[in-house]
Design a protein around this ligand. Sequence first.
Ligand code: 1GP
Length: 245
Amino acid sequence: MNVEDYLKESLKDHKLHLTLLDPEEQSPEKAVEIALEAVAGGTDAIMLGGSTTNSNELDATAKALKENIDVPVILFPGNITGVSRYADAILFMSLLNSTNPYWITGAQALGAPTIKKMGIETIPMGYLVVEPGGTVGWVGDAKPVPRGKPDLAAAYAIAAEFMGMKILYLEAGSGAEYHVSPEMIAAVKKSSDIMLIVGGGIRSGEEAGEVAAAGADIVVTGTVVEDTSNVHEKISELVNGIRSA
Ligand code: 1GP
């Protein structure tokens, strides 16, 4: 089964949690250790990526994960260096509200031939940066959607669906003080049938549940994994929050 089908099939049963690892933050061995604990805690897949990515570190981490864990390894590229042959799929994403065409279609064109040669699955995804937007908002020259303007996010979701994208990712920025508001998530969910991922600033089971209850199909967390001493317990808390939503 390809990764997009795996996500769709899993969603028929429950809302999903994905664990984001930055290959720059730990050794491949440590990444495997964290991923195994996350899987034991109930995470549905591992995402790999960061705002700055070294291709060699990414390859080593993706390969080690593939050899040791049973859930899909999905690339979440911050730039053209975020590509590895060892992953199961890549979120082939366009930063929809960037003011710089490089992040909308430029990096995509530069990376596409390499991805095609590698033969990994591509999942077309619209990426929308919402206030505060964090590092990715700055690096991606985004004009972040104001927190209090759910209709603007909904308009992008409809546009993404019309452009054939399979997923919309609402991003508040890694480590954001506030995650995307439930009102915005609900407005996006109501406006379109596109698969909805929400990430950035989600730290507790309660917050993950709030995001899922508002309409997110998939909740992503990254920073909490880096900050916790017990990954298994923290991921269980997040997964329980999502599944009871
Ligand atoms: C970042 O949305 C992800 O791209 C995850 O954010 O690190 O705040 O969990 P956090």
